[in-house]
Design a protein. Structure first.
Length: 495
């Protein structure tokens, strides 16, 4: 490199140094707003909360041009700083100062200090989910079928295949079955010599179809069809409205407004509210899967535009929690959307006398309000003890639209890493493998991408044991290639 090239590089570095230092000051200044919002009792926020505030301030800026200019000098593009915002900015500034021949304005942290966020996330994950399996950091969670209460062999096989967490869905079965599953999980853990934790998922106020009425019993809904929904009573179809349905929650109908969207059965049908009257609503089908969709009872309904004002805890949940605190290591919290929902749950747990055994919490992110409030939710919940977030991709996709799901699941992963909060990648992972015994190509890619989360959840199905074995091997291989957003460059021997 000749003298002119050296001077040009030095000038570029000097210009970028000023830009990075200005960015650093702006992040510190604007993060104060978030730190004040997160503060409680004037306590100094911990490292993870401060880093989350810095990340939120940073990500309000468009840094794409700066990133490319830094890359051209062989420096960090700031693209992997979720867990270490200020340490990364400081390291880049320090390197730019050296290239510019200037005195560094900031100190460069030690390697240990630089990766503090990473170590905090590891500790938080272990506290919530238990120790990782050899060869992979991502845990495997498995939803147990109701038959597992009478089938210890299934749970034993899942444990040997690599299950780290057993999930019991409290929307099904009852306390006796849950206690039986818990006992079998503990026996399997002892047999394998590994810790296997138990998550019990309380149901929350699920919105579903109730009794159905249709003029043609085998008729399927098509675009343009209209459906009568009733808040109470027995649905009756007629010539004008050949489909009718009751619903599980009357508020679902009484709070609808004309123009509100409705999605049925995990997005197999999209509709819009056409008319509302006392205790009734008429919806018009706008889009449906090829061949149409049959209207059935006990199918999920999502209302992305409708504020239902429902408590995330039902009377059933409060009864179920008495067994949950007896059996579980973690609670899966459905329908959570605000920080106050965390306090609501803890109030019920306190009345039940929970406190002798700390119980972890996983907030299921499945509503637009939960997305909007996610930073505040995480900060509030982290104070109570071990905490994680589940990307509940089924309900979330139905609420925000399928085309936005991929984008939002990435943002949730980033926010969780910034706050040192472990994240669960859930819903239809290896679904064909679990049900049919053979995975599709696309779901294998999805499962590989899930390695960036701290846990992957599989649903129940006939081939679940084989699916756990496959996922265990896949996650072990991916562990050699990637950590969160960072590719790890092990030696390649394919060529």
């Amino acid at each position: 490199m000749n003298t002119q090239e050296i001077q040009s590089s030095s000038l570029r570095a000097a210009s970028l140094l000023e830009e990075v230092l200005e960015l650093r000051e702006a992040v510190l200044s604007e993060a104060v707003v978030f730190e004040h919002r997160f503060a409680v009792d004037d306590r100094t926020p911990d490292q993870a909360t401060r880093n989350l505030a810095h990340y939120l301030a940073l990500r309000r800026k468009d840094l794409r041009i700066l990133q490319r200019r830094l890359m051209a000098l062989g420096l960090s593009s700031l693209g992997r700083l979720e867990g270490r915002v200020l340490p990364t900015l400081d390291a880049v500034a320090h390197a730019l100062a050296s290239l510019a021949g200037r005195e560094a304005m900031v100190s460069c942290q030690s390697e240990t200090a630089f990766f503090t966020g990473e170590s905090e996330l590891t500790k938080a994950t272990t506290a919530l989910m238990g120790e990782a399996s050899p060869g992979r950091r991502t845990r495997v969670m498995v939803t147990l079928p109701g038959t597992a209460a009478e089938n210890p062999e299934l749970i034993r096989a899942l444990a040997h295949a690599g299950m780290n967490i057993a999930r019991i869905n409290c929307a099904h079965d009852g306390p006796d079955a849950w206690r039986a599953m818990t006992a079998f999980v503990k026996e399997a853990a002892q047999e394998t010599g590994r810790e296997i934790r138990i998550l019990m998922d309380i149901a929350g106020p699920k919105i579903r179809t109730g009794e159905i009425s249709a003029l043609k019993k085998k008729g399927k809904l098509q675009a343009g069809d209209r459906i009568r929904l009733i808040a109470t009573g027995t649905p009756e179809a007629n010539a004008d409205l050949p489909f009718a349905a009751a619903v599980s929650l009357p508020e679902m109908v009484t709070r609808l407004a004309v123009g509100n969207r409705l999605r049925y059965d995990d997005g197999k049908l999209d509709a819009v509210v056409e008319a509302v009257s006392d205790g009734e609503a008429v919806i018009r089908v706008e889009r449906v899967k090829a061949g149409g969709v049959k209207l059935k009872p006990e199918k999920g309904i999502n209302l992305p535009d409708t504020a239902l004002g429902l408590s995330p805890l039902t009377a059933k949940d409060e009864l179920d929690l008495a067994t949950v605190v007896e059996c579980a290591d973690m609670i899966g919290y459905s329908f959570v959307s605000r920080p106050d929902d965390i306090d609501l749950l803890d109030g019920v747990l306190a009345r039940l006398g929970q406190g002798q055994k700390p119980i972890g919490l996983i907030a299921k992110i499945e509503q637009p309000a939960a997305l909007a409030n996610l930073p505040d939710l995480m900060v509030r919940a982290r104070r109570r003890g071990p905490f994680g977030v589940m990307i509940a991709r089924g309900d979330l996709a139905a609420e925000i639209g399928f085309e936005r799901l991929a984008e939002m699941q990435e943002e949730i992963l980033w926010l969780c890493e910034a706050a040192s909060v472990p994240c669960v990648w859930a819903t239809q992972v290896l679904e064909d493998m679990v049900k049919e015994g053979i995975p599709t190509r696309s779901e294998m890619t999805d499962a590989a991408m899930a390695a960036r989360a701290e846990c992957v959840m599989l649903n129940k199905g006939p081939a679940i044991v084989d699916a756990v074995s496959l996922l265990d091997r896949l996650l072990c291989r991916m562990d050699e290639h990637v950590f969160k957003k960072t590719p790890t460059l092990r030696a390649l021997k394919s060529w």
